[in-house]
Design a protein around this ligand. Structure first.
Ligand SMILES: [Zn+2]
Length: 225
C-alpha cells in the first residue's frame, strides 16, 4: 500500500473517493417574522433568511454548482405539540412551494423533519407527564414529513432522535402517495450542531450516548434501543 501513496499523482490515480460541488448539500435556515436577514454569529458566513430572500440564495448556490439544499424552519408560533411543524402554511412548507415554483427541478430540496424548534418547551417531541411520548411524536413527525412532501420536497430528513421515526415517516409517505419522496438519513450530531448554533432550538433532546457503541451503530432514529 505504501507504494501507492508515494507521490501525489499516484495517490490521485488510485483515489477511490472524490467530492465535488454536486455532492454537497447547503443547509438553509428560514425564519418566520424576521424583518431582515440575520447573520448567525456562531456560524460565520451563514444566515437566517427571510422567505422572500430564499430564492435568490438558492439561485446563487445553484449558479455556483451547489444544487441541493436542506431547509431548517424557525417558526414564529410555537406550542406544546409543535403543531406549526405540519401546518400547510408553515414556514418550511411555504419555502418549499416558493422554491419549487421558481426553480423547479433545478435544485434538490431536502427538509429537516423534527419538532424541537416548533415546540414551546423545546423538547424534540410531544411531552406528556414530563416525558417525551414516543408514539404520539411519531405521528406528528409523519404528518410533518407528509406536509413537506405535499409542498414539493424531494427529500425529507428525519432528525428527531425518536425511536422508529424513519419507518413511521417512510410508511406515511408511501400511504399518502409520496413513494418518490426520498428519506435522507442525517447524522444526529450534525443536526444537533446546526440547530443549536442557528438559534432555532433549545435542544433538550434525548441525545444518544457516544460511550455506548450499539447506540452509535444503529441507524439514526430507526433503532429500538
Ligand atoms: Zn428535534
Amino acid at each position: 500500500m505504501r507504494r501507492l501513496r508515494r507521490t501525489p499523482l499516484i495517490r490521485e490515480l488510485v483515489r477511490e473517493v472524490t467530492v465535488s460541488k454536486s455532492d454537497l448539500i447547503q443547509p438553509l435556515f428560514v425564519e418566520e417574522g424576521l424583518s431582515k436577514n440575520a447573520p448567525i454569529s456562531s456560524m460565520p458566513g451563514q444566515t437566517r433568511f427571510l422567505l422572500s430572500s430564499l430564492e435568490k440564495e438558492a439561485s446563487d448556490l445553484k449558479d455556483r454548482g451547489v444544487r441541493s439544499i436542506l431547509l431548517f424552519g424557525i417558526p414564529s408560533r410555537k406550542d406544546d405539540d409543535g403543531s406549526s411543524a405540519h401546518d400547510p402554511e408553515g414556514i418550511v412548507q411555504r419555502s418549499i412551494e416558493t422554491l419549487k415554483e421558481q426553480l423547479g427541478d433545478e435544485i434538490v430540496i431536502g427538509t429537516d423533519v423534527c419538532l424541537c424548534q416548533y415546540t414551546s418547551h423545546g423538547h424534540c417531541g410531544v411531552v406528556r407527564d414530563g416525558l417525551v411520548e414516543n408514539d404520539e411524536t411519531l405521528k406528528r413527525l409523519a404528518e410533518t414529513a407528509v406536509s413537506h412532501a405535499k409542498a414539493g420536497a424531494d427529500l425529507v430528513a428525519p432528525s428527531a432522535m425518536i425511536d422508529g421515526q424513519v419507518t413511521a415517516i417512510r410508511e406515511a409517505l408511501d400511504d399518502n402517495g409520496f413513494r418518490d419522496t426520498g428519506t435522507l438519513i442525517c447524522s444526529e450530531t450534525l443536526i444537533l450542531i446546526l440547530r443549536t448554533v442557528s438559534g432555532g432550538s433549545l435542544l433538550q433532546a434525548p441525545v444518544r450516548r457516544p460511550a455506548n457503541l450499539p447506540d452509535g451503530l444503529l441507524q439514526p432514529g430507526n433503532g429500538h434501543a
